[in-house]
Write a protein of this length. Sequence first.
Length: 157
Amino acid sequence: MRIGQGYDIHRLVAGRPLILGGVTIPSEKGEAAHSDGDVLIHALIDALLGALAQGDIGTHYPPSDPKWKDADSRFLLRETLEKVSAAGYRIGNIDCTVILEQPKLGPHRESIRNGLQEDLKIPLDCISFKAKTKEKQDAAGRGEAVEAMAAVLLLPL
Ligand code: C5P
Ligand code: MG
């Protein structure tokens, strides 16, 4: 078995969609990014690459490379899943936390888990999603950023 963890943060700006796990969440602000800025999938990709000890999202999919610039995060996630199986592993379970002052994500938990399941193709009870505020502290707490953390366990194929 192999364990991995990942983290990401994106600035939040008005007029951009808030996309988490491939799902667009109704929100006044969304992630500032070239791509969709899906902070949750970016953290998850880093957790998967970390479990494989194969570097990180920036080394595999550099935004400086036209091939990856503006890439759909779900496409990058599927590319990463192929690296997981090529290394002889499959996902056992994942556990994710998004830190966001508002909106509340509890009402969107199931759609986010379902969104992740579309790409991960593992049982829903192996996909955990949680949300926290930053208690009004620092950038995330002021509503200027959204953060995500992910942990994964890989099992042999
Ligand atoms: O950050 P705090 O401990 O106050 O969050 C309390 C609960 O509010 C969390 O456990 C979670 O269920 C929910 N929450 C949420 N959406 C957020 C932040 C927190 O649903 N953006
Ligand atoms: Mg990111």
